[in-house]
Design a protein. Sequence first.
Length: 319
Amino acid sequence: MPVYDDDDPRGEAWIPGSAGSSRITTWSGRTTFVEEVLDIDGPWASAPLAADFILLTAVFDPTLARVVLTGTGLEAFTQVTLERSLDQITWTTVRGATSLDVMTGGTIVHYDYEFTDGVTNYYRLITLAPFGQTSNIASVLPVLTAAWLKSISRPFLNIKVSILQPPTFGIGRTARVGIYPIKARTYPIAVNDLRLARRWTLTLLTETAAAAAALTYILAPGDVLLLQVPAGLADTVPAGYMSIGDVTRENHPLRPVRVTWDLPVTEVAPPSASVTALQATWQTLINQFTDCAAVVAAYPDWSTLLATLVADPSETIVD
């Protein structure tokens, strides 16, 4: 893996881990092989080859509808980033993985809840400190078997949902237009802009008290949510990022535990990258541990705590 020195007008390149440069490539594209033209004691002289020890794996977890990303062989690094692609050309940073701290033992574990269902998702790891190297490209084919309603910032609230009926009768897109009558003219002037995103009513069904509570918890914070559906339903059930308006629920007259929920939905843009997924809050620590000593005894470092501590969904209900 050659490393190029962008600050050097000669465009010098060398192999990390080698004693020095093995060639010089000029900006004209001509390559001349030379011997020891760079400082063998420079900062790159002992740099390891990423391909020799960094390994990234991607595994789909159908239980929680997420892709588990695991990086190993990172003892020489302190921070990394993870990226996702569907074509290995355009890469997007995985939410919450802009700058991940390497855990004890030279590993990282991160979860991607915003994968694309039914197609191959590609992932790569790039080290940030002390310098940038790229891992192998890991691939995974996630296949959903049910619809999922997901919280972008609180994945511990994510739930499977039962969609009562596709909203084929009522998907609308509001126009942005102004009609201005003009004095002494028959025809008014129209001022138009882009039509707004889709709006519809999403009808869900819960058949147990536990399912009703779980839906209540994910709706309580009022966050932007992500509806993911199996690839086979993508043509009939609108999915994507959504903002949910005033919710109504109706209990079945003969089976009160059976509840129908009407969710007025407006399709919205994905939350910005600054919105990251957290599996726990400070309230989680207060609820689950008696004091700081108990926390320290349970988790060897902060990175491990963030990766494994999971909040109780009922925390979203504020008294």
